[in-house]
Design a protein around this ligand. Sequence first.
Ligand code: 2P0
Length: 319
Amino acid sequence: MTVATAQAHPNIALVKYWGKADTAANLPATGSLSMTLDIFPTTTTVRTTDDHADRVVLNGVERDGTVRERVVRFLDHVRGLAGRDDRAEVVSWNTVPSAAGLASSASGFAALAQAASEAYGLHLDTRALSRLARRGSGSAARSIIPRFAVWHAGDDERSFAEPVEAPAIEMVIATVDAGEKAVSSREAMKRTALTSPFYPAWITSTAQTLESALEACRAGDLDRLGRITETNALRMHAVIQGSDPSIRYLTPVSWSIFDAVARLRAEGLRAWATADAGPNVCVICPPEDTAVVAERIGALAEVVVARPGPGSASREPAA
Ligand code: 2P0
């Protein structure tokens, strides 16, 4: 029996991942760019056992059904790599307050990839770990990496995340609605690719957008990166909305935050909004503007401030 514990944080994409080239290996149709957060870590312990079945305990509750199956499938892949077939107990604590409504699959599978690979005796470098996390959830590939990450499109060998330098930014995260989303991102991604007539344009434009965003990062050009971030998010929501049946994640309150961010810019502040597959809105800004942005957006929704955070890391197992 071996045991390993690891911790990872959520990440928010500045250039979004929305669409797969391969669903089995979770290969993205396009690359993406993200900031790993310094808040809301997931801590996961994997203990190999002599039992006949895997056990999955999330936030103190033993899971079965699809949640467990997704973890078991992931462990099966790890066991395949390790040439082992002993089962495991997975105990995971996720600190995202349910009120924050942030996706936990990225931090969850990043922490699981690190803990499971160590428990099963795999010695993976960062690249291999990112490729492994990707199989659990695409965006988890990026949570392996500290601060800012680019996750490459490509085949299984080449589709990993790695660090990029980016201008100094912080993120004001506005919680619009903490409820369960109507359509999961996995399902919505599939529907978008199958039914949205804008999907081909989303794919070609996002590939170009990523190149421009990386250029802006290299040049330390926050204004360009900010514009790209907001435009890319709105394009993602447009292609999603073009699905049949249509899917809308943004609510009137979400839109009011996009409007408030535009007003802040009109007043000379540097702030740009983005939103994932839900109504919450994340606003990026240089550190000197964070306090004002948080105050102004805080009038519309509950806010929390995040800074660039650490990549996944081993931890001492909890007693
Ligand atoms: C992203 N999202 O780039 C995009 C933007 C949500 C909106 O990655 O099917 O949970 O597990 O690979 O990673 C959410 O999708 O999907 C996501 P799977 P995942 O952050």
